[in-house]
Design a protein around this ligand. Structure first.
Ligand SMILES: Cc1cc2nc3c(=O)[nH]c(=O)nc-3n(C[C@H](O)[C@H](O)[C@H](O)COP(=O)(O)OP(=O)(O)OC[C@H]3O[C@@H](n4cnc5c(N)ncnc54)[C@H](O)[C@@H]3O)c2cc1C
Length: 637
């Protein structure tokens, strides 16, 4: 199958407008005749469900939380980018586009990135109209701060709770449509299978997580907005429930999985303290606006930070990257932290840490100003570490945080399965091999509020979609497969907990496919993961039954999927014989330790096709062309 990205012709700044004009429309009266399923109620799914219902479509929206308002998007702290140029500091749509293509290490599709930068401007207006309380300056205008990979201030924020406030905006819009009867909301329902009829996505099978009932839902289009898969690594900054099940089941039905090895490691998380931990906590990138990152110049220096004089400190990001300083992109900051720690200059009890120090900013601006900007993050840090970051520097360390990979989609956000659209972090996105901070919220909302409302109409208006019911054999088959899997997991009755398998998988992925990867390590991982998977299906112990709320069962299903996806992540990393963005192969680096791309052989998206259990998947390529931002060695110096 050829991967046709369906990028419209014409100059980049006109593509989206022209495409919107050329796409077919569904007239208002006919929209009522179409049923759409949206799986996910985070920023991408919530925005899509509310907007499509407002347009007149009949929407069913699903989430596994007890309320759509608890989607993982609520955790986003730092902000959302938009090329508004309110600061008059040289920003523009073109600059946001340029920064994103370069930040992604020239592995994203230019046309998508340009559209994202264009739409960013509308998102802020939309959210302000919804009442999202973005931070404002004294005179009442919206405030901005800076995020990594940019030399302008284009990040809009609501203290350290930007995701929460944006999600409340989307949630209110969604609730309005629920109240009007245009959205039927199914909380605590987990999608466990995609149903295909005549080669198109026509519905899903879900499990009611409270009663265990397995149900089918039919639709004319299925939208997955189910978030990222970083929890495959077990220790990550994601909410504990985040998982890959929806996209993985779609992959097994024919949706190609793009760039699974592009995982983002965020440089500023609270360091791991031992084996007892079940998740990691992010300290927002916004802190790098005022915090300075450093380690002692001397190896093995165990003096407390306040006893290390200024001239014995190495502000290594400011030293190595004077133009961007502490605001270099995440992949670069994470690798630099690893390098100083590998040199024996890491701090804290494990040596796996670096300082993020606010003393200069507090001296310059005063503690109340810092508290006003970052107070909730400082409180969170103190509650977790019992150290007061107003007095001693924070200790931070990189952790898994986001996945740039995901289901492959064309310009219309449709996967390789007709009628299956994928939005937000669940698709392979616009971020190439490295996402810039504050761009995930932008992308999720762009997809949900501004892209899918147009492209879904084009699909529906140009497709013949005969009426089908849940009595169709394809639904019965999918229900039987879900039921069979639940029963199989419960019947194993082995000796090891689900978590113990997940933890072990996470350790394998982090060790061999984390911050530094090698062909040899990846081959080891590709031996260990199938063996672990085999053991899982022999000796996992799933407590409880299938007819009631059973978190052990929910987790088991998700971990079983992670055990398959983990293998694909390593396979993809092994095949990509270059370093780019977050994918750092030790064999491919510049003399200064930066990622060395191989543009001749790898300027493409790798999209994997499932070919059957136990069979090697097929790797397809979507070539990438850079007509506007020409690939160069990224430099933040
Ligand atoms: C701690 C933290 C801070 C962050 N801060 C920022 C920031 O400041 N700026 C920024 O741009 N980005 C930030 N990010 C990234 C950003 O939050 C996410 O990428 C984004 O919110 C993802 O949104 P989404 O709508 O795609 O998915 P999610 O918000 O993860 O929503 C997924 C939805 O899918 C549902 N779902 C999943 N699987 C199933 C299933 N099988 N069945 C039914 N429902 C299902 C869930 O219930 C949920 O409703 C941060 C991430 C983390 C971890």
């Amino acid at each position: 199958m050829t991967l046709d990205a369906k990028v419209p012709a014409g100059p980049i700044e006109k593509k989206w407008d022209q495409h919107r004009f050329e796409m077919k429309l569904v007239n208002p009266a006919n929209k009522r005749k179409y049923n759409v399923i949206v799986v996910g109620s985070g920023l991408a799914g919530g925005a899509a469900a509310a907007t499509l219902a407002q347009l007149g479509y009949n929407v069913k929206c699903f989430c596994y939380q007890d309320s759509p308002r608890r989607a993982h998007s609520i955790a986003a702290q730092g902000g959302i980018n938009a090329a508004k140029n309110y600061q008059n500091d040289g920003d523009s749509i073109y600059r946001l586009f340029y920064d994103t293509v370069k930040g992604g290490d020239f592995r994203a599709r230019e046309a998508n990135v340009y559209r994202l930068a264009q739409i960013s401007v509308n998102i802020i207006d939309q959210c302000v109209a919804q009442g999202v309380p973005f931070a404002r300056e004294y005179g009442g205008t919206l405030d901005n701060r800076s995020f990594g990979g940019a030399q302008v201030s284009r990040t809009f924020y609501a203290r350290g709770q930007t995701g929460q406030q944006l999600l409340l905006g989307a949630y209110q819009a969604l609730e309005k449509q629920i109240g009007l009867g245009k959205v039927q909301m199914y909380s605590r329902h987990e999608m466990l299978e995609l149903v295909m009829i005549d080669g198109r996505a026509r519905g899903i099978v879900v499990r009611d997580m409270v009663t265990g009932k397995i149900e089918s839902h039919v639709a004319d289009d299925v939208i997955l907005a189910t978030g990222g898969y970083g929890n495959a690594f077990y220790l990550a900054t994601y909410a504990k429930g985040c998982n890959a099940t929806a996209i993985w089941r779609a992959y097994k039905k024919g949706a190609y999985f793009a760039n699974p090895c592009y995982t983002q490691i965020h440089p500023t998380c609270i360091p791991v303290t031992g084996d007892h931990q079940s998740k990691l906590t992010l300290m927002s990138e916004s802190l790098r606006n005022d915090g300075r990152i450093w380690v002692p110049k001397k190896k093995g220096d165990t003096r407390p930070p306040d006893q290390i004089p200024e001239d014995e400190r190495d502000y290594y990001l400011e030293r190595r990257y004077p133009a961007f300083g502490n605001l270099v992109p995440r992949d670069i900051a994470s690798r630099a932290a690893k390098q100083v720690s590998d040199e024996g200059r890491g701090v804290g009890p494990t040596g796996l840490g670096v300082y993020l120090d606010f003393s200069d900013a507090i001296r310059r601006l005063g503690q109340p100003v810092i508290a006003e900007k970052y107070g909730n993050l400082f409180d969170m840090y103190e509650r977790i570490t019992d150290e007061n970051p107003y007095k001693v520097p924070m200790r931070i360390w990189p952790a898994i945080h986001y996945t740039m990979g995901g289901l492959w989609v064309d310009y219309n956000l449709m996967s390789t399965i007709p009628g299956l659209h994928v939005l937000g972090e669940a698709n392979f996105s616009d971020h190439g091999a490295n996402r810039l901070g504050a761009s995930a919220l932008m992308q999720g909302l762009a997809d949900g509020y501004f892209v899918i409302p147009y492209t879904i109409g084009d699909y529906l208006a140009s497709s013949s979609l005969p009426k089908v019911g849940t009595d169709h054999a394809a639904f019965k088959e999918a229900e039987a497969s879900v039921d069979g899997r639940v029963k199989k997991l419960l019947a194993i009755n082995g000796t090891r907990t689900v978590d113990s398998f997940h933890r072990e998988l996470g350790k394998i992925l982090w060790e061999y496919c984390g911050m530094a990867r090698t062909a040899e390590g990846l081959k080891t991982a590709l031996e260990k993961i199938p063996a672990l998977r085999e053991e899982f299906w022999k000796s996992v112990r799933v407590l409880g039954d299938g007819a009631s709320l059973n978190q052990s069962l929910e987790k088991a299903g998700r971990v079983a999927d992670f055990l398959e996806l983990g293998e694909l992540i390593c396979r993809d990393a092994l095949e990509r014989n270059e370093s780019c963005g977050g994918h750092f192969r030790l064999e491919y680096q510049t003399p200064e330790g930066e990622a060395r791309r191989d543009d001749e052989h790898f300027t493409h998206v790798a999209a994997w096709q499932y070919t059957g259990d136990g069979q090697a998947p097929t790797r397809h390529q979507e070539p990438l062309a850079f007509e506007y931002v020409h690939p160069s060695q990224r430099s933040y110096k």
